[in-house]
Design a protein around this ligand. Structure first.
Ligand code: BV8
Ligand code: ZN
Length: 257
């Protein structure tokens, strides 16, 4: 673990007045949720997420796309928040102001106790009608084994009770705009904060990847936590190399005792 970097960053965290935390799939990796960069496994090994996470894919084969998202939503029920999620939930009571922005579509931040989480890419828990956007209460339990095996993971999406159109996952697909209010709030917070902590993101997906830049450009201190060596996406940032589940609890303990 980056002893020196943690030593250097803990006083910065202790003095933060408005902290923005920006998370990616890496913060959920230690909960057993594969990141986007991990290869898909099992039934989905033949597919590239980029091919499935698009409006065209849903248009072309709604059952394949709905089956993929249902399998991810239901797998999530067996997962728990990890020490990184808990450290971030704990941090909210230690700093004067914390804004948590996530690219993730899981609900692990909320299940660890974080509130007011800004989901830039939607979430798996809020399917809606693909035409009139009426919310759809997804089946709490579903015997994933039988449904998934039924037809190579394909599951016919339910239909809207209002207009009978197919229900779609409540996530933002590639090529779709991000929710206006969420993006606006995220840019505003990044534009005002004095410290931005980026955790477990490859910084590839736009426009979310601009958030740390917006903070750095207005003079905020930016820290990245990632096990990969610094990919140079944000050269002016401080990089703590390591796993979020290990680094975050240590950083918070060092900063607040
Ligand atoms: C938009 C929901 C425009 C779905 C997601 C060409 C064609 C079409 C579009 C584009 C194009 N070129 C660029 C674009 C724009 C595109 C984009 O950015 N593409 C990329 C791939 C180049 N963006 C979009 O399409 C966005 N919309 O631009 O709209 C527009 C404008 C006007 C009008 C109409 C349209 C929409 C993007 C949202 C896509 N949806 N998710 C779903 O989940 O299925 S994004 C998806 O990928 C995830 O949600 C996540 O946000 C993202 C992956 O990023 P990360 O979170 O960083 O995860 P990743 O796996 O990459 O990295 C994990 C990191 O964790 C690694 O660095 C790893 O080292 C680290 N790690 C691993 N273990 C740990 C760890 N870190 C800490 N601890 C550990 N233990
Ligand atoms: Zn409808």
């Amino acid at each position: 673990m980056n002893e020196e970097a943690i030593e250097h960053c803990s006083p910065v965290l202790r003095q933060a007045q408005h902290l923005v935390v920006f998370t990616g799939a890496g913060v959920s990796a230690e909960s057993g949720i594969p990141t986007f960069r991990d290869a898909l496994t099992g039934l989905w090994a033949l597919h590239d997420p980029m091919d499935l996470a698009t409006p065209a894919a849903f248009e072309r084969d709604p059952a394949l796309v709905w089956g993929w998202y249902e399998s991810r939503r239901l797998q999530l029920q067996g997962k728990e928040p990890n020490p990184a999620h808990h450290a971030l939930a704990n941090l909210a009571s230690q700093v004067p102001r914390l804004t948590l922005i996530t690219q993730n579509v899981d609900d692990l931040h909320e299940r660890a106790g974080s509130t007011g989480v800004i989901h830039l890419h939607g979430d798996l828990q809020s399917p809606r009608c693909s035409v009139c956007a009426a919310p759809y209460a997804a089946a709490a339990e579903l015997d994933l084994a039988t449904t998934a095996q039924a037809d190579g993971g394909r599951m016919t999406p339910p239909h809207c009770s209002q207009c009978n159109s197919p229900i779609r996952p409540g996530v933002v697909w590639f090529g779709e705009s991000l929710p206006e209010h969420a993006l606006q709030s995220a840019f505003e917070a990044a534009g005002r904060c004095d410290l931005l902590l980026s955790v477990g993101t490859s910084g590839v997906v736009q426009p979310a990847a601009l958030i740390p830049d917006v903070a750095a450009q207005q003079g905020a201190y930016v820290i990245h936590i990632n096990p990969e060596p610094n990919h140079g996406q944000y050269p002016e940032a401080t990089h703590i190399q390591g796993r979020a589940g290990q680094i975050l609890p240590e950083l918070v303990a060092r900063a607040f005792g």
